[in-house]
Design a protein around this ligand. Structure first.
Ligand SMILES: O=C(O)CCC(=O)C(=O)O
Length: 268
């Protein structure tokens, strides 16, 4: 699925971007789902006043984690063929889904997510056997605080402490002079290893900006974060489209939902 150049960048830098990984029809469904989350109050502000506990009135980092219990769409998405092939190529089989979440930075007062390595949470013994797929649900630019990465540090275990600007996150302090912004049009994706330090910055523009993140892990490299998530198999002999874990086969559902949504007349 990926070119030798993309795979070489993944091994060397710990991340690479893929423009247009999702089609405009798929992006329309993601944006519609994000609007629903907002309207139904499903996202909550995790940004704090710098003391780790008092929620900020002025800065908003709106999160829903996990999304799958609230969203048949985002539950089905990772079972789509191109996602399964991508993850299988990056971390090998059998691959499992560990977590899915949404980060929404509202217009003007959107707060970033501070520097961290996902492996500080997941604690996998090989930080290249876990990978995240971060999807730009809206165009993600430097101005609206897109993802930033530190290349080549995926094998270094950085010290993490409580992030005073969030009610539950931890953070590290990498050398920011090395940071690389990943600007992506909506539908673009950045794949990055569990060990890769990354962050997002604030959104001071006049439009919302959201990222949809899925975290995958090789089944032989278990996470050690004591989270009782169902962790469906996406590839390998135990992959049954989520029947075992979710009670229903998810394969083909995303494609169906995208087709149905896009033939729906738009109400004015
Ligand atoms: O979108 C964001 O603000 C942060 C995403 C992130 O840190 C992650 O997916 O691990």
């Amino acid at each position: 699925m990926f070119s030798e150049e993309q795979l070489a960048q993944f091994r060397k830098d710990g991340f690479f971007s893929v423009p247009n990984f999702f089609t405009p029809a798929e992006v329309a469904v993601m944006q519609d789902e994000l609007e629903r989350f907002k309207q139904e109050g499903l996202v909550r502000n995790v940004a704090t006043e710098g003391d780790g506990t008092t929620h900020s009135d002025t800065k908003k980092n709106l999160q829903l984690c996990p999304t799958w219990p609230h969203s048949p769409r985002f539950k089905a998405l990772p079972f789509t063929e191109k996602v399964v092939s991508a993850i299988s190529e990056l971390i090998g089989d059998p691959a499992r889904l560990r977590l899915d979440q949404v980060f929404l930075k509202p217009a003007r007062d959107g707060a970033g997510t501070n520097w961290h390595q996902d492996n500080a949470y997941f604690q996998v013994n090989d930080p290249m056997r876990g990978v995240a797929m971060w999807v730009a649900v809206h165009d993600a630019t430097i101005a609206n605080g897109t993802m930033h990465m530190i290349p080549g540090q995926q094998y270094e275990k950085l010290e993490h402490t409580r992030d005073p600007h969030s009610d539950h996150h931890i953070r590290c302090y990498p050398d920011e002079s090395q940071e690389v912004p990943c600007e992506l049009e909506a539908g673009g994706v950045v794949f990055f290893a569990y060990g890769t330090p990354h962050c997002t910055k604030g959104n001071n523009t006049d439009k919302d900006r959201a990222g949809l993140a899925y975290h995958f892990v090789h089944a032989d490299h278990p996470t050690h974060d004591n989270n009782p998530a169902p962790m469906p198999y996406l590839s390998g002999d135990l992959a049954k489209g989520g029947v075992e874990e979710y009670g229903e086969d998810q394969r083909g559902k995303w494609e169906q939902m995208v087709a149905e949504f896009n033939k729906k007349p738009v109400s004015v």
